[in-house]
Write a protein of this length. Sequence first.
Length: 390
Amino acid sequence: MNQQDDRVRAQALQSGFREVFGQDPDGVWAAPGRVNLIGEHTDYNEGFVLPFALPQSTYVAARRRGDGQVRVHSLFTEETAEFALEGLRPGSVDGWAAYVAGMCWGLREADVAVVGVDLLIDSTVPHGAGLSSSAALECSVGLAVVELSGTVLEPLALARIAQLVENDFVGMPCGLMDQMISMLGEAGHAVLFDTRSLTPTLVPLAPTGDAEVLVIDTRAPHRLVDGEYAERRRQCEEAADTLGVTSLRELSDTETEVAELLAPLTDETLRHRARHVITENRRVSEAVDLLRDGDLAGVGERMRGSHLSLRDDYEVTVPEIDLAFDVVSGAGVFGARITGGGFGGCVIALAPLGVHQQVEEAVTAAFAEVGFSAPAVFRAPPADGARRVL
Ligand code: GLA
């Protein structure tokens, strides 16, 4: 990310804070959204993911206060919420402020002596596009509150608290990928994360500078996201149970043919779900090796395989996403796929330099032809994770 950008945002937030709260903030913190290069719906199956952090971030200006109250104003909704730290529990705050209240609750549950704070929040992460605006909000608020409470937490510990907040306070049964990458992202790199051992490994993304990742935000409205996500998760658990393993990851690590592994599963839907998870984990491992070898066409093929598996076996795509994938795949890129949980959101493409415009024109024309809202196409250089900016 661009430090210049960070500074400009932080200064704007600082003066905004003065206007809203009448005093200077103690500091400004930021945490990014993400795209996932490959490894989808594997993180709650103890599998592998390969995301990277976006330059787009959520910024939080914060000031400590002495009375155990939290006041938070959001510049993206122009709303203020206020709550007492004492008495916070799941269900006590809802809407966007639940992520903020949830982080205070989660940190207290983790024995951090959380102090009251005034918070002003702004974000450049597109909202509702499957780019983890909620993880960016959780991690930026978490970082600010931890520091103002005079504590230090390992980035991964904070990510796990944020995941717990999603699961238990907000009610979204997500895995750890989004919060992990928002905390641990590094410019120029994707992060291979083994969600069983919780080990992150940096993988340089196109170190020779001959490729870039493009994001195609389809702007398709998210549909049924949370219910469908929870159902997929439950189906994976049931499949693992039937196959006698604690997680589907265990089956990805073997050399055995997938069809043979799946033979005991008689339920057709569960077979499809499990096949996606097992093959996706294998694709992530292959993609990492291919990236290290500089074989971008090979990485692109794995991305394509991932998309088809998410479309046909995991069934999390929607017409806008599949159209974007088809069009972009034919526009001179190495490979493309849906990124994130699905049911709307974005397609990403690994592309040689110089095809950005071609991709944008092709997808814009195709969307106009069938009457879909105009998509947005932008470059996604891998950026840094959560940080203090002022
Ligand atoms: C959402 C969740 C993640 C992950 C992805 C799918 O982004 O928050 O934990 O499961 O979906 O890969």
